[in-house]
Design a binder for this molecule. Structure first.
Ligand code: WTA
Length: 677
């Protein structure tokens, strides 16, 4: 962890002015799950950690816990110790008695004319049992084994997740848009013997080949010394095969064929200890190696159920649509686990929000009677740009909306409120992370007014604080920015980085730990890696990452990952990735590349660098620009000064350049880059 981040999103953040409040409508307040101010007292610091029983009591436990929070081995906190439960049972089986014929998932596939699939709790249970039986019987998957998925937005993904949860196996879903190489790295890191994928899926109206990535993934894992035993291939159109990639005999199997043997099979849900890992979710970090964030069964499920109930105001009778991808933490927590634990109806959409036009989302909302809608600022900006008046053409009514993943500009927030929400919906701007399992900062929708551009105070039972670089508290209302941290553990916090416990301690706790020997959680604040300011009313405004992570359209990309990908191009000597402001995606990536001696810059090399990044990481990482430069601004010790480069790219102050070994290069690069923008 650098003490003085030389480059960060927070430094290029746009500072918008303090905004006024928006109260929720009386109609919303009248029906809200959390409408009595007493709830805030119940979750007050004096009741910590026992307050979280209220979340855990939303679940069905096979045996109750004896210790709510065990802090004996900091910062490896254990929640609900002694308790046992099964996550799949909690999300599915327990709803059967009262609601077996109710829709659990409504899947809206591409193309638009294709029929929507309504999957009842009964049907979901059947599919999960059969797939769990297959994983167990055909692949030998046992409790504690890891299983990697590389699946797009199809119902087979939640089915596979819940099948693993039923067996007590640990699932690791890799976002479908990631490249085969990125998937292979995650397979090897987690030690999965089984990869579950699909032959193809729809994107922008096209059936795209996905199986090819599985072959690359197996190769990439092999290069890292890990052998995948079985690749299970679901077919997007069962019976037909839509991929160029041949099946490898003895390794690749069509799920629909193998499944025939398991039709009607039932598998008992395995009763798991609360602290048993439920899944891994890889995310980018400060080095090239992605971090497998390990989430628990009991604490995680309790936390996502509780926050879904109070912050998203989910009632069992709602039709809830979170338009995120299940390949990210948002989809795990708030498409699958939270909503299904509460027994509601969760909508899944295969396609992109703007295809075939900017009315698609609102047509889906109208047709299905969606009343809770959840999306990201990037999508909101895109829909606002392409179809600013579209929402008024459709007769849907949202009572509640969420925004998540990046800071939202007040102007964009207001369009979301007025036009999408038609002035009726309460909005929560939820700040949180892959690591944190669920929300950290948000308003309680019926009890705390909204303020555009601010996420709100810490959520129930979570106490954020802003520290300066030296660990001194920056007071609310001081208008000074600092590092936002959480003073206490909460049940949704990840347990560790898979296989890298030292890195877990180093990245998230070392910076502000007051005493390494202390078993008092108060000495172990969690460092979130975001810059923030706190207004006098206690509301936080998140400014962006303070570490080597760039948040593009809500997706985290590590600068080191981007740079190592660029360095796979043989002509490249040095590479630096920097964030730039982007109207739609919030931030975009620009790559600066210096070539090895003897190579001249040309457009084909720029393309080659872009292609290498897409190959190593995926299309989401494609840089906005690749600048081939003669040299990088460097310190005398040879360190690339990304702060200076980011200043040039963003037309902001480059700061002090007097310590550079080659200060003359700054004007060269500035001239070149700024004249072409
Ligand atoms: C950013 C996504 C401002 C932040 C759930 C965080 C936000 C990173 C917000 C985590 C928000 C998330 N306002 N910024 N409401 N929500 N972020 O792990 O920088 O994909 O650290 O988790 O997104 O991204 P991740």
């Amino acid at each position: 962890m650098t003490t003085q981040p030389e480059l960060s999103e927070a430094q290029i953040a746009v500072h918008w002015r303090e905004e006024g409040y928006y109260p929720p409508t009386p109609k919303f307040v009248g029906q809200a799950n959390a409408s009595e101010p007493a709830i805030i007292e119940r979750f007050g610091e004096v009741n910590f950690p026992e307050c979280f029983k209220e979340y855990a009591d939303l679940l069905s436990w096979d045996s109750y816990w004896h210790t709510t929070l065990d802090t004996s081995d900091p910062p490896f906190w254990k929640w609900f110790v002694g308790g046992r439960l099964n996550a799949c049972y909690n999300c599915v089986d327990r709803h059967l008695e009262s609601s077996r014929n109710k829709a659990a998932l409504i899947w809206v596939p591409e193309p638009e004319a294709a029929p929507t699939q309504v999957i009842t709790y009964q049907e979901l249970c059947r599919r999960i049992n059969e797939f769990a039986a297959l994983l167990q019987g055909f692949c030998g998957v046992r409790t504690g084994d890891r299983v990697t998925f590389h699946l797009p937005m199809v119902p087979e993904l939640p089915v596979a997740m819940l099948a693993c949860a039923r067996l007590g196996a640990i699932h690791s879903e890799v976002f479908g848009g990631f490249s085969g190489a990125a998937c292979g790295g995650r397979i090897a890191d987690s030690g999965s013997n089984v990869l579950v994928t699909m032959d193809s899926y729809y994107r922008n109206g096209e059936l795209v080949d996905h199986k090819v990535k599985a072959d690359e993934a197996v190769e990439a894992a092999r290069a890292l010394g890990h052998e995948v035993e079985k690749v299970l291939v679901w077919r997007r159109h069962p019976g037909e095969y839509a991929s160029e990639a041949p099946m490898v005999a003895g390794r690749d199997f069509f799920v629909d064929e193998v499944l025939r043997e398991y039709r009607g099979k039932l598998v008992e849900p395995v009763s798991m200890p609360a602290e048993a890992p439920l899944f891994l979710m890889y995310t980018s970090g400060t080095t090239g190696r992605p971090k497998g964030c390990q989430h628990s069964t009991g604490g995680y499920l309790a936390y996502v159920a509780g926050t879904s109930k109070y912050y998203q105001d989910i009632h069992p009778e709602d039709t809830y649509w979170c338009a995120a991808d299940i390949g990210w933490i948002t989809g795990h927590s708030y498409i699958v686990y939270g909503p299904l634990a509460l027994g509601t109806t969760s909508v899944m959409y295969e396609g992109v929000p703007t295809y075939p036009d900017a009315g698609r989302v609102w047509r889906i909302a109208e047709r299905l009677g969606v009343n809770i809608f959840h999306t990201a600022p990037t999508t909101i900006r895109m829909l606002r740009k392409l179809g600013p008046d579209e929402p008024s053409k459709y007769g849907y009514h949202f009572k509640h909306m969420t925004t998540v993943g990046e800071p939202i500009e007040p102007e964009v927030w207001r369009w979301y409120y007025d036009v999408v929400g038609k002035g009726e919906a309460a909005i929560v701007d939820t700040w949180w992370q892959t690591e944190t399992g669920g929300f950290l900062g948000s308003t309680l929708p019926a009890l705390q007014p909204m303020k555009p551009g601010s996420c709100g105070p810490g959520v129930l039972g979570v106490y954020p604080v802003i520290y300066d670089e030296d660990g001194a508290v920056i007071e609310a209302g001081s208008e000074r920015a600092g590092n936002i941290c959480i003073r206490n553990p909460w049940p949704g916090i990840f347990q560790t980085i898979w296989g890298q416990p030292e890195r877990f301690v180093q990245i998230y706790y070392a910076k502000y730990c007051r005493d390494r020997r202390s078993r008092d959680w108060r000495d172990w604040p969690y460092f979130a890696g975001d810059g923030a300011v706190q207004a006098a009313d206690g509301y936080f405004r998140i400014l962006g990452r303070v570490d080597d992570v760039i948040n593009v359209a809500g997706h985290r990309l590590g600068t080191k990952e981007l740079e190592s990908a660029a360095l796979t191009v043989s002509e490249v000597a040095e590479a630096a990735a920097v964030p730039v402001m982007d109207d739609v995606r919030g931030r975009a990536v620009e790559m600066y590349v210096a070539l090895k001696p003897g190579f001249a810059p040309d457009v084909s090399l720029e393309d080659k660098v872009s292609a290498a990044i897409v190959h190593e990481i995926g299309k989401i990482a494609r840089p906005k620009n690749v600048w081939l430069v003669a040299d990088m601004p460097k310190t005398r010790s040879g360190k690339i000064m990304r702060r200076v480069i980011a200043g040039i790219s963003n037309f902001t102050d480059v700061g002090d350049v007097s310590t550079l070994a080659n200060p003359e290069i700054v004007d060269d690069i500035r001239h070149r880059v700024q004249s072409e923008k």
